[in-house]
Design a protein around this ligand. Structure first.
Ligand code: AMP
Length: 464
């Protein structure tokens, strides 16, 4: 695990002080509890401070928000400017926009810099009001931003820095035309930062057009975080629900995210889990912004142990200590797999990714394995009645499947090893599935921040 090793080796020598950030920003960093910059932060912060354009190839969970927010804030503090909007950060989803906005507020707490989040699905009035306070930073989703430009509530003529975050997701969600419209509204003499987990052709073209002599910063290869181990559970569609329940029953898990293909399947599965007394919430596009926020806050605060979500709704989920991501349905693309898995193993924690795969998923499994550059370990869940279905016959690989032994949880790396390679299961002794007390959120050092290199604490089960 080159990433983790690199950070451990540099822990002694690299700290946020070395960037010579303004003391007001450094105190914000201290207040949010960061001590060691992540690799993307180490690479990106100096170039952004110098005013260079940056292409950041980094997935969610690498610390990319601070990688661009800290140097931007530093430059704003050091170079006081007009009362116009000076920084625009464009994000594909409301959740991500809110998360970036909150991060900016945290880092800027000892400055006079103001930030506002702009997204649809909520009333425009508070946003009009907020804009009248002349915030230097606007974090916005493309649709509502253009809406407010049409209302003449936003003037981007004084913009100094444009950030396009999760550019590949914006492309997936059909926002590229909106992004192009936004590009026509901002001055051409500006600093541009573009972050993307993957580089589809459309984004490659966009970067060529809008970045001037960019510095490319990349964290590892474009693949799911290596702090995550992966396992495949072959199963026919009709048995998926039963298998998921059995997996949850047998596996000591912390916070768990379950992904399905459609809003309807998300809703139904969440209800099923609720009927089995799990503390579960759902996150899908049919929910109001309020309900989405409740689901996410409840998941973050430990009120819910399981969040069932669709891909689109999941963007921007920022919850420390997600121990398991379970693909109830195989994602449609390798990029979606990367994004889903980016919710666990964040900022150097370790996590496990389980995929329930039907025989038709075979081509996608091959694509994902190519991205991972490793075979995903196949598993048969011991004691589960597969009927006539033979899991071993579905996704053949060089070596036989590893049965999950009682008392041993296969496939987990402890933060110091690579994920299981071809046919190889990494093993650790598993704690007995623990029951969560009613007070119940798993504890975390550093005020809810991830513990560098440590496994999420404790397991949970249904409430007693
Ligand atoms: P991001 O990739 O920006 O979504 O960040 C992922 C998670 O890592 C967030 O919960 C951040 O608060 C956390 N994080 C980012 N940078 C650091 C750091 N240097 N030290 C500790 N946690 C961090």
């Amino acid at each position: 695990m080159a990433w983790l090793k690199a950070v451990k080796e540099q822990t002694l020598s690299v700290s946020f002080q070395e960037f010579q950030l303004d003391p007001t920003i450094l105190s914000g960093v201290k207040a949010v509890g960061y001590t060691t910059p992540t690799p993307i932060q180490q690479q990106a912060i100096p170039s952004i401070m110098e005013g260079k354009d940056v292409l950041g190839l980094a997935q969610t969970g690498t610390g990319k928000t601070a990688a661009f927010a800290l140097p931007i804030l530093h430059n704003l503090v050091r170079n006081p400017g007009s009362r116009k909007i000076r920084v625009l950060i464009v994000s594909p989803t409301r959740e991500l926009a809110e998360q970036i906005h909150q991060a900016c507020i945290g880092f800027a707490k000892d400055t006079r810099i103001k930030s506002i989040a702009i997204y649809g699905g909520v009333s425009k009035l508070p946003q009009f009001k907020g804009l009248r306070r002349c915030p230097e930073i606007v974090v916005a989703c493309p649709g509502r931003l253009l809406d407010l430009v049409g209302d003449k509530a936003i003037d981007l003529s004084g913009l100094e820095v444009l950030v396009l975050d999760e550019a590949d997701t914006m492309c997936d969600m059909g926002f590229l035309p909106d992004v192009r419209r936004i590009l026509n509204l901002v001055p051409s003499s500006r600093q541009t930062l573009l972050f993307s987990a993957t580089m589809p052709e459309d984004i490659r073209k966009l970067t060529k057009n809008i970045l001037k002599d960019p510095v490319t910063v990349q964290v590892d290869t474009i693949a799911p975080a290596k702090t995550v181990s992966h396992a495949l559970y072959p199963v026919p569609d009709a048995l998926k629900r039963g298998l998921l329940l059995a997996i949850l029953e047998q596996t000591p898990t912390g916070r768990t995210l379950v992904f399905t293909r459609t809003k309807h399947r998300t809703k139904r599965l969440a209800l099923d889990l609720l009927n089995h007394k799990y503390r579960v919430a759902s996150l899908q596009g049919n929910l109001s912004q309020n309900r989405r926020q409740q689901s996410m806050d409840g998941f973050r605060d430990g009120k819910f142990d399981i969040l069932v979500a669709t891909d689109i709704a999941s963007h921007g989920i920022d919850v420390p200590e997600v121990s398991h991501v379970i693909n109830f349905d195989m994602p449609d693309t390798a990029d979606a797999y990367t994004h889903r898995i980016g919710r666990t193993g964040r900022a150097l924690q370790t996590g496990e990714a389980f995929t329930l795969a039907v025989p038709e998923d075979r081509p996608m499994v091959r694509v994902v394995e190519r991205v991972l550059n490793a075979k995903i370990e196949r598993r048969r869940l011991p004691g589960f009645n597969y009927g006539n279905f033979n899991p071993e016959a579905q996704f053949p690989q060089d070596r036989p499947m590893q049965p999950q032994r009682d008392g041993v949880q296969p496939g987990s790396n402890n933060g110091t090893r690579r994920p299981a390679g071809p046919g190889q299961a990494t093993r650790r002794a598993a704690p007995a599935p623990a029951r969560r007390s009613s007070a119940g959120a798993p504890t975390s050092a550093g005020g809810g921040r991830p513990n560098f290199g440590q496994r999420p604490t404790g397991g949970y089960r249904r409430p007693a």
